[in-house]
Design a protein around this ligand. Structure first.
Ligand code: KG4
Ligand code: ZN
Length: 366
């Protein structure tokens, strides 16, 4: 971060999925105000995000949230150096709401608009929290994505591996749905797993021991369904102890897979950037999971990597990560103005990487 960037002030808007979020951050790593309007209750009865409902809720909530955030930060739009908004990947209806609002504010106030890649928002959040120098190894696990990347700089990422089917968060959400747990599934599965026996059921660990850094979680999800069906066949219903044991087994299997893939990624990363102590950053909603965090921390310690994860409130989607990514871009390019950039439902972090799978909840998972 250039020295003169500490005075920069950016308003960030996030509307790519089911959170309407706004924040103001400065270049000295202070979040002046941030607000998240969750739509969980609006989508819960459908067991997942309904794009049309999401877009409508963003429209009805965003203006008020921007005003509230400005008031809390005791700032006006005129104080901002730029307005940033998630421009992709994500659900196009929601992206349009955030991008059009941000562009309108930017145009009327004569400020630059910064188009932020949602994944880059996650990728850079750890740098909002503490000073972490590039390069770092990045494990990004969210509802629509699961990737291992070498982060060389702002806008400069190389994909080392990604899921070939379901994203990590998607696997949590589908598992929860199969077990009758509420949406979003990640926190529900994590809570249910606390009392469970992870070794009662032998769940598969896709790609374990194979070369490379790709992930696969769809077999795990199928095994969860079969195991739950077997429990029902045996006892007439899925009892809380069955559910707890399946959740604990699922989390353990996922932890084993992530640990195995991460070990390979460390080797691949070191082959590119060399030896010595290097940072490992985890990001995205699934990084909020305490069990997975502890497994990943173990891999970091074993491999001479420093472990960095944003606080839980900054792991799931939020406006501060978008404001910060916008600020990092503005600091590198003070003349930036992306007003001609349109929303991009698909927008990979590593543009050179060949997509691994088709569309997911938030666009390409690869
Ligand atoms: O990053 P995020 O808020 O949105 C996307 O960009 O997708 O991630 C949401 C995902 C959901 O799939 C949710 O179930 C998962 O993150 N998640 C968790 C936890 N908290 C949220 N997964 C596992 N454990 C958690 N504690
Ligand atoms: Zn996200």
């Amino acid at each position: 971060m250039p020295k003169n960037a500490t005075n920069l002030l950016v308003l960030g808007i996030e509307t790519s999925c089911d959170e309407t979020a706004v924040a103001i951050v400065n270049g000295a790593r202070t979040i002046l105000a941030h607000n998240v309007l969750s739509q969980i209750d609006d989508h819960a009865e459908y067991g997942g995000v309904v794009p049309e409902i999401a877009a409508r809720q963003h429209i009805s909530g965003l203006d008020h949230l921007i005003r509230k955030t400005l008031v809390e930060a005791d700032k006006s739009i005129d104080d901002m150096d730029a307005i940033a908004a998630t421009t992709g990947p994500g659900l196009v209806g929601g992206l349009m709401v955030g991008v059009m609002t941000a562009k309108a504010i930017a145009a009327s106030a004569g400020k630059p608009f910064v188009a932020v890649n949602h994944l880059e928002g996650h990728a850079l959040t750890a740098r909002l929290v503490e000073e972490i120098a590039f390069p770092y190894l990045l494990l990004l696990m969210s509802g629509g994505h699961c990737q291992l990347l070498a982060a060389y700089g702002v806008g400069n990422y190389e994909r080392l591996g990604s899921t070939i089917d379901d994203a990590a968060g998607e696997a949590f959400d589908k598992t929860a749905k199969l077990l009758g747990l509420p949406y979003p599934g990640g926190p529900a599965v994590e809570t249910a797993a606390t009392d469970g026996d992870p070794n009662r059921f032998n769940l598969p660990k896709p790609l374990l021991g194979r070369p490379g850094c790709d992930f696969s979680f769809s077999g795990l999800k199928t095994a969860v369904r079969r195991t739950a069906e077997a429990c029902v066949a045996e006892r007439g219903a899925l009892y809380p102890d069955d559910r707890a044991d399946i959740c604990a087994g699922f989390q353990q299997a996922m932890g084993d897979c992530i640990a195995d893939r991460l070990e390979n990624a460390v080797d691949a990363f070191r082959a590119k950037v060399g030896d010595g102590t290097l940072p490992l950053v985890v990001a995205g909603g699934v990084a909020a999971n305490q069990y997975l965090r502890s497994r990943i921390k173990g891999i970091a310690a074993k491999n001479d990597l420093t472990f960095h994860a944003p606080p839980l409130s900054l792991c799931t989607d939020n406006g501060a990560m978008i404001a910060w990514a916008g600020l990092e871009r503005l600091a590198l390019d003070p003349l930036i103005d992306d007003r001609d950039v349109a929303p991009r439902p698909r927008w990979p972090l590593d543009g050179d990487a060949v997509p691994k799978v088709g569309s997911g909840r938030k666009g390409p998972k690869a």
